[in-house]
Ligand binder design. Structure first.
Ligand code: NAG
Length: 168
């Protein structure tokens, strides 16, 4: 406990090409693989909680704002074919391979921490929308335990005929 070597070790897992751009408040998410990078932000949130370093609170706040304002569908979910696309160009991404459920799961963590820190209701609203539209909706109604990996957002698309389809 309070051993600086643990902090040094933790920093070895930083990803400057991602966290650095968020730190200077650039929307650089395009072409990043969404669900390997959201956990890096969650890790940063834990670092803020443990060390109190305000940079990681700022990074998470900015990240949440960018994802929500520029990479999120009406349902509250994000990502296309596991990646982020150009900011505010979501109409071009509508297909069967939207809103990977794992990204919703991790964005719930990001928004939950922000809500705990700030008590701002917008984060709870985000959480509720993502939970109802992106977690409950991936369960197959008549088939408990059967779920879908991606949530199709394209017009006329159906969960039943998506690429990944239903699975366990
Ligand atoms: C997300 O964006 C919507 C629409 O602009 C806004 O109403 C809401 O407050 C935002 N939520 C967060 C957590 O930034």
């Amino acid at each position: 406990q309070n051993d600086q070597r643990h902090l040094v070790l933790a920093h070895l897992f930083d990803k400057p090409c991602f966290l650095g751009l968020l730190a200077v408040q650039a929307d650089s998410l395009s072409d990043f693989h969404a669900n390997t990078h959201i956990p890096i932000v969650v890790g940063g949130q834990m670092r803020y909680e443990v060390t109190g370093d305000p940079l990681y609170k700022e990074i998470a706040t900015f990240f949440m704002d960018v994802v929500n304002s520029s990479h999120t569908y009406a349902t509250g979910g994000t990502s296309v074919s596991e990646f982020w696309f150009d900011p505010k160009r979501l109409a071009e991404t509508l297909t069967t391979e939207n809103e990977e459920s794992c990204t919703t799961y991790n964005m719930l963590k990001v928004s939950r921490h922000l809500f705990r820190w700030t008590k701002e209701i917008a984060y709870a609203d985000y959480y509720e929308r993502a939970l109802i539209n992106g977690v409950l909706s991936i369960q197959r109604g008549r088939d408990p335990g059967v779920m879908i990996y991606m949530l199709p957002q394209g017009p006329g698309r159906s969960k039943a005929v998506s690429y990944h389809g239903w699975g366990t």
